[in-house]
Design a protein around this ligand. Structure first.
Ligand code: PMP
Length: 347
């Protein structure tokens, strides 16, 4: 027997070979083209298939790498962002990380205004990419000088040549998802997707990918926004949002320009206990370590799949991974302090 014979009878490798063996000339080439995984355990017995698109596979760990890259490229191309000029953004974390990463690669210093609640992991990642960090009061009203966007505006005004990327008003945000996320989903599902679910922060994902999927399917794909408890997007104004990066609440509540709610067929609100139970079940049953907003979107996808016609294909976006929330979503003490159960976490 030769080595060639062994190769012919060996079991299939557990890890699929990379799609390309090309040596990449930039980390930016790693942005997008994220994989889709089908839920095998949580969706067992449901009439519809439930797919999850893993945005944690982007180089900065979230869907926001697509947005950061497109915002910076567009601003450079249109002359808004001069070579070497500073980028300033108010971000709950992921957009900041995306911009810090892209800023490194394009020669722009990056200042990120963030909330006190940002996870330690995200703060450390931002620092590792060399971003300057400024803390603001995430609950301050838009008219309050401590409001994150007001702080970011002030820093930009005081920094010569600085550019505010303004993810909540910048059409390069939904544009990134129209140009990449939407077409990827259509290609990966071979046009079989019937329901698209995305949690809503700036609304860039649900609006951009949602619009592409509506356009390409002549309106057939249903677009569903996933909303955390306490967020005004779902008509609840109670505040106290426990899911990072999504929703908006008083006194800071606003409808971002980047959120085209006219194309969203439905907005589903999920209680925090269900969100975190889903996050823990994804890790325990599917070996998918994902962030809380992924749990939110998957909870809505499962609810949608339960009621869907047989043969439906529901795809949820998982905006980021769980590693950045080990001290929060996967920490029994944090969960207890937040009034949530940690019983699904193995000890
Ligand atoms: N999940 C997380 C963790 C996020 O940071 C964001 C963006 N703020 C979202 C979901 C929502 O994405 P979008 O802004 O495109 O609505």
């Amino acid at each position: 027997m030769t080595n060639l014979d062994v190769g012919a009878t060996a079991p299939m490798p557990l890890v699929a070979p990379p799609a390309s063996d090309a040596i990449l000339d930039s980390v930016t080439a790693l942005v997008g083209n994220t994989p889709v995984v089908e839920l095998q355990s949580l969706a067992r017995g449901l009439p519809a298939r439930v797919l999850v698109k893993l945005e944690s596979r982007n180089p900065g760990g979230s869907s926001k790498d697509r947005v950061a890259l497109n915002m910076v490229r567009t601003a450079e191309a249109t002359g808004l962002l001069a070579p070497g000029a500073t980028i300033v953004e108010a971000s709950s974390g992921n957009t900041g990380i995306g911009l810090a990463l892209v800023g490194r690669l394009t020669g722009h210093p990056v200042v990120i205004v963030h909330s006190a609640e940002i996870s330690d992991e995200k703060r450390a990642v931002l620092a590792a990419y060399g971003a300057r960090l400024v803390e603001a009061d995430w609950d301050a009203a838009p008219s309050d000088p401590a409001n994150p966007r007001a702080v970011a505006d002030r820093i930009a005004a005081e920094t010569p040549g600085a550019w505010r990327s303004s993810q909540f008003e910048n059409f390069a945000n939904p544009g990134a998802h129209y140009q990449t996320t939407g077409p990827e989903i259509w290609r990966q599902t071979a046009g079989a997707i019937t329901h698209f679910v995305a949690s809503i922060g700036t609304g860039g994902t649900v609006s951009g990918a949602g619009r592409f999927l509506k356009d390409v399917s002549a309106g057939a794909v249903r677009v569903i926004g996933a909303n955390p408890a306490g967020s005004t997007y779902g008509g609840d104004a109670s505040g106290g949002i426990l899911v990072d990066g999504v929703g908006t609440s008083w006194p800071r509540a606003f409808w971002p320009t980047t959120f085209d709610h006219t194309l969203v067929d439905d907005i589903r609100t999920v209680d925090d206990e269900t969100v975190y139970r889903t996050v823990h079940a994804l890790a325990a049953e599917e070996a998918l370590l994902l962030g809380p907003s992924s749990g939110l979107a998957v909870a809505v996808a499962l609810e949608t799949a339960r009621k869907a016609a047989p043969g439906s294909v529901v795809l949820a976006i998982a905006p980021d991974g769980g590693i950045n929330y080990l001290t929060k979503a996967f920490n029994p003490e944090w969960l207890r302090d937040a009034g949530l159960s940690s019983s699904a976490l193995a000890r």
